[in-house]
Design a protein around this ligand. Structure first.
Ligand SMILES: Cc1cc2nc3c(=O)[nH]c(=O)nc-3n(C[C@H](O)[C@H](O)[C@H](O)COP(=O)(O)OP(=O)(O)OC[C@H]3O[C@@H](n4cnc5c(N)ncnc54)[C@H](O)[C@@H]3O)c2cc1C
Length: 319
């Protein structure tokens, strides 16, 4: 059986939550203990956190890895991972940059944005992907005979939050990390008038809101709920300039962890879901096959243009 490695993202000294999901993805592939890889500079705390989740951790600590430059990380991984291995990533903008090239360097198969693992049959890894915006599920056989690089959509596997692995950390030498691509600076998004990251309840609207004037329906619901609530949105709403960028949730917007996240007319792209880090996810969508229903805790099939005012009215009645 191929050895399974999981590349773990971290930011500001904190492991991303997907680490707790990747351990369960690894268990769906092999009964052998998986190895986590953390790359960075001055990452002892991150490696220790990884060892609470994974039985084995490889720490690649090098000044050249201070910023997660995909080209440099890829070089480090090629130097550390043995040929024929299975390498897991969380599917995100970093993995989109790093993982395909890694599969080329390792001469391994590559599959991105998987939403399920059906098991292993000999040297074939059976995974599930979604096509046409989630309308069709495809079952894909990935040839692992020369290894495989697999990016797993966040939310596919339940997180293992036990943090009881008691793993061992080994330092690895990354070798030559010279690269053509240079990190220059991080440009933080401008702070907006609203801080959606502080709200307990987010009424989040997507393209399903259909019209700019319908934004008011979400604002009315937020008013009815009270101070705990705020209105957030998916990227098409910001692109249309219907709401300001500070309200966007997702990989290129804000990361939020409210108690309740109401996704209204949002399909469930990984770029959007990547910004939701917990809480009760309630999805309201008129399409019963919308991908968001696969990750939602509560699913409601409804037209939001009718549902939002009806819910507002009900809350006002109950006050
Ligand atoms: C590099 C990159 C970064 C990105 N970053 C982000 C990001 O940070 N955040 C983000 O959100 N997106 C991001 N995106 C865009 C992302 O890929 C999706 O296009 C986007 O999330 C889709 O938004 P949506 O779900 O609102 O729209 P759609 O995918 O068009 O979904 C609309 C949904 O509304 C439903 N619907 C339609 N009408 C109604 C109705 N009347 N009532 C109920 N349901 C209805 C439909 O069934 C559908 O499921 C990024 C893309 C790229 C390439």
């Amino acid at each position: 059986m191929a050895q399974v490695f999981a590349y773990l993202n971290h930011k500001n000294g904190v492991l991303e939550d997907a680490a707790m999901e990747l351990i369960n993805a690894a268990k769906a592939i092999s009964s052998e203990p998986a190895t986590a890889i953390v790359c960075g500079s001055g990452i002892d705390a991150v490696a220790t956190a990884a060892a609470a989740i994974f039985p084995k951790v490889i720490k690649v600590d090098n000044a050249a890895l201070d910023y997660p430059n995909a080209e440099v990380v890829r070089k480090a991984l090629v130097n550390v991972i043995p040929a024929g291995s299975v390498v897991l990533f969380a599917h995100n903008t970093f993995s989109m940059d790093c993982a395909p090239g890694l599969s080329v360097k390792l001469n391994a198969s590559f599959v991105a944005d998987i939403v399920g693992i059906d098991g292993v049959d000999g040297s074939t890894l059976k995974v599930v992907r979604q096509e046409f915006g989630g309308v069709v599920s495809t079952h894909v056989g990935v040839d692992m005979s020369a290894g495989a690089v697999v990016a797993v959509r966040p939310g596919t596997f339940a997180p293992d939050e036990s943090k009881a692995a008691g793993g061992a950390v080994t330092a690895a030498d990354a070798g030559d990390l010279s690269a053509k691509r240079k990190f220059i600076e991080i440009v933080a998004p401008e702070a907006g008038d609203v801080d959606i990251t502080k709200a307990d309840i987010l009424v989040s609207i997507g393209r399903g809101i259909e019209d700019e004037e319908n934004i008011q329906l979400a604002m009315d619901l937020k008013e009815a709920i009270g101070n705990a609530a705020e209105v957030s949105c998916s990227r098409p709403i910001v692109d249309a300039k219907w709401l300001e960028a500070s309200r966007q949730v997702g990989t290129s917007g804000c990361t939020v962890k409210p108690k309740v996240y109401m996704a209204c007319g949002i399909s469930g792209s990984f770029q959007h879901l990547g910004g939701i880090k917990g809480g009760l996810l309630i999805a309201i969508n008129k399409n019963p096959n919308a991908p968001i229903f696969q990750v939602a805790n509560v699913g409601i099939v409804a037209n939001i243009v009718e549902f939002l005012p009806a819910l507002t009215e009900k809350i006002e009645e109950m006050k």
